[in-house]
Design a protein around this ligand. Structure first.
Ligand code: DQA
Length: 139
């Protein structure tokens, strides 16, 4: 199986960005533990701070991969274009947020992406990504 993990803006700074909220581990380090847990799964990881690049990746892999794990960062709360891209492709998506967005500012409570996803995992830290992969590979 092939799974795309997509991280949006500022998530390249995981480990040094507001560690009290997002933890002190880098995503590249965490990715190794996901890959070790799912040795049979091809995991393709992509991070971008640019909305259009995230959309291009959804187009590139969204018709051939078995699932998309997406943490679009702040674009979650603003991007109709990313929501449309998820609607356009055939691969099922799971939305992940490291922090519990519902316990934070009101502007983080709405997601344009949730309605286009099979489900949403919020507030479980980096563990949310491995739970999302687990779900998508069993589908
Ligand atoms: C986030 C939550 C968003 O509100 C925020 O803009 C992020 C990270 C999370 O993983 O908790 O960049 O998606």
């Amino acid at each position: 199986k092939k799974i795309l993990i997509l991280n949006g803006p500022n998530l390249n700074l995981l480990g040094k960005r507001e560690p009290h909220i997002y933890g002190s581990r880098t995503f590249i380090d965490y990715l190794k533990t996901i890959e070790a847990q799912f040795p049979e799964v091809q995991i393709h990881y992509f991070q971008s701070n640019h909305e259009g690049e995230l959309i291009d990746k959804i187009h590139e892999h969204g018709f051939t991969f078995d699932g998309i794990v997406i943490n679009a960062g702040a674009y979650t709360h603003t991007s109709i274009a990313i929501a449309d891209a998820l609607s356009a492709v055939t691969a099922p998506a799971v939305e992940v947020h490291i922090s519990n967005v519902h316990a934070r500012e009101a502007f983080r409570h709405h997601s344009y992406l949730s309605a286009k996803c099979k489900g949403v995992i919020v507030g479980l830290g980096l563990t949310g990504y491995e739970l999302a992969v687990r779900y998508l590979v069993q589908e």
